[in-house]
Design a protein. Structure first.
Length: 186
């Protein structure tokens, strides 16, 4: 095993495998949600790992627990959970873009009305400081109405896309069980 892939590992130590999962979840083991603290720990560490190498999740637990559980069962449970979270995050991105398109339509409509209103103000009041004040105010309101869609399309979706991609990487992580006390060459 090379040092880079060993460094790209998330290591957890638990006394019982059930500590990783939400015990209130009534579904069978492979379909349970991760415990919120376990998810935060795994995701937090995964964010700091390099993207060059695949992620490995190493779970240290007592020999009795390790013998009772196959790594494949835990890997399947983690794969299912992180795949599900990636799907939910992809839906969040889709919803954000839907809101952005609707906001953009409203914003462009408000901007068009404000520009039309500036023409009306110019013809009604002529050229003067009050006319200029209303024209500039209407133009400003029109652009402010486009602030949210611009923010959505330029900035808001990036963190969600990064989170989705991280969940996808975690769903393909290799899961390894190690008995506590097993040093594996360390």
């Amino acid at each position: 095993m090379n040092q880079d892939s060993e460094a790209n590992a998330i290591e957890l130590r638990v006394q019982e495998i059930s500590q990783l999962f939400n015990t209130l979840d009534p579904f069978p083991f492979r379909e349970r949600d991760l415990d919120r603290n376990a998810e935060e720990f795994i995701v937090g560490w995964a964010q700091e790992l390099t993207k060059k190498h695949p992620i490995r999740i190493i779970v240290h637990l007592p020999a009795k627990e390790a013998a009772a559980l196959k790594a494949g069962e835990l890997a399947a449970a983690l794969t299912r959970y992180f795949d599900y979270r990636a799907g939910v995050t992809a839906l969040d991105i889709h919803e954000l873009f839907r809101v952005g398109r609707r906001s953009l339509a409203i914003g462009v409509g408000v901007l068009a009305l404000c520009l039309a209103a500036t023409q009306l103000v110019a013809t009604q009041f002529g050229a003067g400081p009050i006319d200029r004040f209303f024209e500039e105010s209407l133009i400003l309101v029109g652009w402010v109405a486009n602030w949210k869609p611009i923010e959505i399309f330029l900035y808001d979706w990036w963190p969600l896309a990064r989170r989705r991609d991280l969940y996808r990487r975690l769903s393909t992580a290799t899961v390894e069980l190690r008995s506590l006390g097993q040093d594996n060459g360390r």
